[in-house]
Design a protein around this ligand. Structure first.
Ligand SMILES: Cc1ncc(COP(=O)(O)O)c(C=O)c1O
Length: 399
């Protein structure tokens, strides 16, 4: 895996140790060059004009959908909708599924705000009912609690695939099967899982699966919402306008077919082209290898830190269950201070705070955490610099 490091400009330039990939990943030359290629060679719009540059864009957009379909193991490229991030996909699902007063939506109690606040809003405005599957003490999914939430009133089950604080994964295949037995539609927040493990959407059988390209080597402000065709065809788009309609008259409109009806206005073509380059890059490395590398780095980090008495991990002790995410606290220090010290002492960049998982922290009376997150380009040496610095911080400034 060490050989990939040469592909990343910020690593080549020695711009610090980046351990904030759960927020946004670094980008390799291949992605940056692909986007430059668009701006320099064919910076036109797709799907509308019929001149040479526009045709090249339309072909590139189709190529990206095909790459996504093959990466995620499905047959129909048109079921991949470009969004600006995972949040937009999750909102499209929440507001597009036509839920009514009294319909029940089941989530876990550890969702990212992007898979919590839209449903909360629907509770306030439409009157849907929420049920929460309770996680275990370290954030692990509890199948019995989930099953106890289910009955025929449940219309949607919307769960994270992997958690951005603890790294815990939900057994989405089993959850989907149970949800389908009750006739519920399944929405999955794949923002943390898609970059870090093989995801076979046909096997999972999810109805909707949302993720962010910018966490998987792709451009900022790019996400994808996958949906089964029959589900997408009965969903209302979140945004309407140019590109989404078949024909509009002064008083009527017919929607364009999937995927166009969900992609209003001109798209982020450079972003789409960069996303294809990112998916190609990940495919070339292999998601099994990436998952194993994340686990090896996590094992090293947790092993290096485990004897520090005033340091506490948030989440499970098993490195293989962390999906590249290591959250921790040090007695006597707030997480932002830990993050700033790591940066100023050793150039190690991590994240701090509540990581958009406010209910998780508030319910456990914990005031956030420091979070280091790895990816394929991190090295064991970087992990050692990170853990040596954490040790110094804990011994010098912790209680
Ligand atoms: C689990 C999870 N869901 C959703 C999101 C939101 O992703 P985006 O910023 O792409 O909308 C994140 C971002 O960190 C996340 O970790």
């Amino acid at each position: 895996m060490g050989s990939v490091r040469k592909d990343f400009p910020t690593i080549r330039k020695g711009l610090g140790i980046y351990l904030d990939s759960a927020c946004q990943s670094l980008r390799p030359d291949q992605v940056i060059r692909a986007m430059d290629g668009y701006y320099e060679g064919f910076p036109a719009c797709g799907g509308r004009s019929v001149h040479a540059m526009a045709t090249k864009v339309s072909v590139a957009v189709d190529d990206c959908r095909s790459a996504l379909a093959s990466f995620f193991g499905t047959d129909d490229p048109e079921c991949y909708i470009f969004t600006k991030n995972a949040t937009e996909g999750l909102n499209t699902a929440a507001f597009g599924l036509g839920l009514k007063r009294g319909d029940v939506v089941v989530t876990t109690d550890a969702e990212h705000n992007s898979n919590h606040v839209p449903w909360l809003h629907l509770g306030e405005t439409v009157g849907i009912e929420r049920r929460f599957s309770k996680s275990g003490p370290t954030g692990e999914f509890d199948m019995e609690s989930f099953k106890s939430c289910m009955d025929r009133n449940v219309k949607v089950v919307s769960v994270q695939h992997s958690n951005n604080v603890t790294g815990c994964s939900v057994p989405v295949r089993a959850v989907t099967e149970i949800a389908h037995d009750y006739g519920a539609t399944v929405v999955i927040d794949g923002a943390q899982a898609a970059p870090h493990m093989p995801v076979d959407l046909k096997r999972i059988d999810a109805d909707i699966y949302c993720f962010s390209a910018h966490k998987m080597l792709g451009p900022s402000g790019m996400g994808v919402m996958y949906g089964k065709r029959e589900v997408l065809e009965r969903m209302r788009p979140l945004t309407l306008g140019g590109g989404t309609v078949g024909l509009a008259t002064y008083d009527s409109v017919t929607l364009a077919p999937v995927p166009d009806r969900f992609e209003a206005g001109l798209l982020n073509y450079a972003g789409i082209i960069g996303t294809k380059a990112a998916v190609d890059y990940l495919s070339r490395i292999g998601m099994d290898e990436i998952e194993a590398w994340d686990t090896a780095l996590m094992k090293r980090a947790m092993g290096n830190l485990e004897d520090i008495k005033n340091l506490h991990f948030v989440g499970p002790d098993q490195p293989g269950k962390r999906c590249g995410v290591l959250s921790f606290n040090i007695d006597g220090l707030i997480s932002h201070d830990i993050a700033m010290m790591l940066d100023s002492m050793s150039g190690v960049m991590i994240r701090s705070g509540m990581h958009c998982a406010h209910p998780f922290y508030v319910s456990r009376a914990v005031d956030g955490s420091a979070r280091a997150s790895t990816y394929l380009y991190n090295s064991p040496e970087e992990i050692d610099i990170f853990t040596d610095t954490v040790r110094k911080i804990a011994e010098t400034f912790g209680e």
